[in-house]
Design a protein around this ligand. Structure first.
Ligand code: FES
Length: 357
């Protein structure tokens, strides 16, 4: 699988680590070269090409601290916009030269996506965090049924490139949905892969095109897929798509895995009102709503906790809840165990809280 080797620190870096703090080293070193840091993985934007009507593919060249990624995983990319560092997660493809290609769709109102699609300049430097995500494959996984909607195609592209590099060890069917034909990304590349590998079949499905729009995943027959019951299905797309795919394929495939890049609708909330949240490190007490994630509530009050995916996947927003009760926004489960890690992006306060933040 396509993981890059973990870089070993060279002796000047080992020496520097003993002599100065990473922040001080980075402050001065980046004045000479914006990619020189002591530990922080950074990447420089080296090219931008149109991927579809409303998406671009950006190629990023990482510095020596980038530890690599497996096909299908995600990485949190940090950009500075208006003096604020904002982080969003993308699923990159590792190119032959080690550069990372991320495809970004401009989301209406999306500050980061609009910046990356329209404003980011060649040479701009972004930060990278460690890769995360479990949507990876091993050889035992063939045959496969890959389901993608919208931006969910980006991890599938990485998986297919990886499988192609292995000679496509088993049958793979990719079903790829978009509303219109001009919203499909990587059409040339996907068709070329299918032409080169007879075991791969790619199905482009435009649901709002022409007189005979394609069926959505919940109405898809999949009767052209051989040995459906032996397949491992992997779905990626908006939460509603992933849940529809899960329902459609329940009991018909050998295994179903999925990742959604938006949160499903939160569970119904039967309570309202505010709670007091005490932050031990800053000594601040904030009043937060019970109907909002802790991450959103804290950000609204000017607190900037570390975070990545904002979907409960990467764990980078985890912090210790020293006391109080939180409610998981997706499952509705409540948790009151003291001194427990909670993910701020998918947890809402149920009672007054003390957070190690
Ligand atoms: S930001 Fe990724 S789990 Fe919360």
């Amino acid at each position: 699988m396509s993981a890059l080797p973990t870089p070993k620190p060279r002796w000047p870096l080992r020496l520097a680590r003993r002599a100065v703090s990473p922040a001080l080293f980075d402050f001065w070193a980046t004045r000479f070269n914006p990619l020189w840091t002591l530990e922080q993985p950074l990447a420089r934007l080296v090219s931008r090409t149109s991927a579809s009507r409303d998406a671009v593919t950006l190629v990023l060249r990482p510095n020596a601290h980038w530890a690599g990624i497996r096909a299908g995983q995600h990485v949190s990319v940090g950009v500075t916009i208006g003096g604020r560092r904002l982080i969003r997660s993308y699923s990159p493809t590792v190119l032959d030269d080690g550069n990372l290609a991320i495809t970004v769709k401009a989301i209406p109102g999306g500050v980061v996506s609009q910046h990356l699609v329209r404003d980011a300049r060649i040479g701009e430097v972004v930060s990278l965090d460690a890769a995360f995500g479990d949507m990876t494959l091993d050889e035992a996984d063939a045959p496969l049924l890959l389901l993608a909607a919208g931006s969910g195609i980006t991890p599938m592209r990485a998986l297919l490139r990886d499988l192609a590099a292995q000679g496509m060890p088993g049958n793979v069917d990719l079903f790829y949905w978009a509303r219109h034909h001009d919203e499909f990304c990587f059409t040339g590349e996907l068709k070329a892969l299918a032409a080169a590998h007879p075991r791969l079949r790619v199905h482009f499905l435009a649901t709002r095109e022409g007189d005979a729009p394609a069926a959505r995943v919940d109405a898809m027959s999949f009767d052209t897929v051989t040995a459906l019951h032996e397949r491992r299905a992997v779905a990626c797309g908006p939460a509603g798509f992933v849940e529809a795919a899960r329902s459609r394929l329940r009991g018909t495939v050998a295994r179903f895995d999925a990742e959604a890049f938006s949160l499903p609708a939160p569970t119904a909330v039967d309570e309202a009102g505010d709670v007091e949240v005490y932050l031990t490190r800053s000594g601040r007490t904030l009043t937060l709503s019970r109907n909002q994630s802790l991450l959103e509530g804290l950000e609204a009050q000017g607190v900037r906790p570390a975070h990545g995916c904002r979907m409960g996947i990467c764990n980078s927003c985890a912090c210790e809840r020293q006391s109080g009760t939180t409610r998981h926004l997706l499952t509705g489960d409540r948790s009151s165990e003291p001194s427990t890690q909670v993910r701020l992006c998918v947890s809402a306060p149920g009672t007054d809280l003390i957070l190690d933040l």
